[in-house]
Ligand binder design. Structure first.
Ligand code: MN9
Length: 294
């Protein structure tokens, strides 16, 4: 398989919690339907940073994976982020989602401790060899402090089931070197505000949080760039980045949830210790929604 089914625009799925931090199943289903029916995305990335995943228990992660697959069925593609510095948990989740029928798994680079590259390599091979599924490396150095170079990416990508990298970094030299070195692997842009420059380097797709609310415009940028219409795409990236800048200044995930709530989607609260919006932030989110998304 050439993995082309995993190209395109993937929303990093937001997760709805109630006021007490419990998973809100109905809310998650509504966010998924909004992404599929209104944002017209190609797929969902479940259990990433945007899913507040690293604050959840194993059982909660499984519940979310189960709900997402049940709601999506085969409507769009599904990638499960199973990475954890508890490798046993990562393996358990990798098997679980593969059984559920997820199209691919992904794992964040192991963080917190300063793991050596050989430890990182063993982590990936352990997870990917535990199940019969495709693996996407989740590289996000600004949160993990794990920086890999092209030759290290190459060592990981030698495993044929490791099919590509979600590249959440602003290092366009590294992205270009990686693109050139591995033309047959897939690369996804991880920073929505830098999607266009990443597309100019021929990434295959994008995985991002803001597509939950700005998926239609992101698709237009994606299509224009693929047609080589970069100045038209840049106009839309400018508007997108006005939106993203406003969202980042108001609290990323809480504002995205507020914007969904404005549209009648029960996106709920954030999971502590991540704070939910204050009334002022909520009012600001409404302004942002009306200014950039109506
Ligand atoms: O999945 C997301 N990364 C994080 C990627 O949330 C850490 C991005 O979509 C960003 O949220 C977005 C805003 O900076 O680009």
């Amino acid at each position: 398989m050439d993995n082309t089914d995993l190209k395109g625009i993937f929303s990093a799925l937001l997760i709805s919690f109630d006021e007490n931090g419990h998973i809100n199943e109905q809310g998650i289903r509504e966010i998924i339907r909004h992404n599929i029916d209104k944002m017209k995305i190609d797929g969902l990335y479940v259990g990433g940073s945007t899913g507040e995943n690293f604050m959840l228990s194993t059982e909660e992660k499984k519940e979310i994976f189960r709900i997402a697959k049940d709601e999506v069925k085969n409507d769009v593609r599904l990638i499960a982020q199973v990475g954890s510095i508890n490798v046993k948990e990562a393996v358990e989740l990798a098997k679980y989602v593969t059984e559920l029928g997820y199209d691919a798994i992904s794992a964040v680079t192991p963080f917190y401790y300063k793991f050596s590259f050989s430890e990182i390599k063993e982590y990936y091979n352990t997870i990917v060899n535990s199940c019969n599924n495709r693996m996407i490396i989740y590289s996000i150095p600004f949160l993990t402090n794990v920086n890999m170079d092209v030759s290290q990416f190459g060592e990981l990508l030698e495993n044929k089931n490791i099919i590509g990298i979600k590249f959440t970094a602003a290092d366009f030299f590294l992205l270009e070197r990686t693109r050139k070195a591995f033309p047959d692997k897939l690369l996804w842009a991880g920073f929505d505000e830098m999607m266009l420059p990443a597309l100019s380097l021929n990434v295959d797709g994008a995985i991002g949080s803001t597509f939950n609310v700005n998926g239609i415009r992101a698709r237009q940028i994606f299509n224009l760039a693929q047609e080589g219409k970069f100045s038209e795409a840049l106009e839309l990236q400018h508007i997108t980045n006005d939106l993203i800048e406003a969202i980042l200044n108001n609290g990323l995930y809480s504002t995205l949830k507020n914007i969904l709530e404005e549209q009648g989607v029960n996106a709920g609260y954030c999971r502590r210790p991540m704070a939910s919006s204050t009334p002022e932030q909520k009012a600001k989110a409404k302004e942002i929604y009306q200014k950039y998304l109506v």
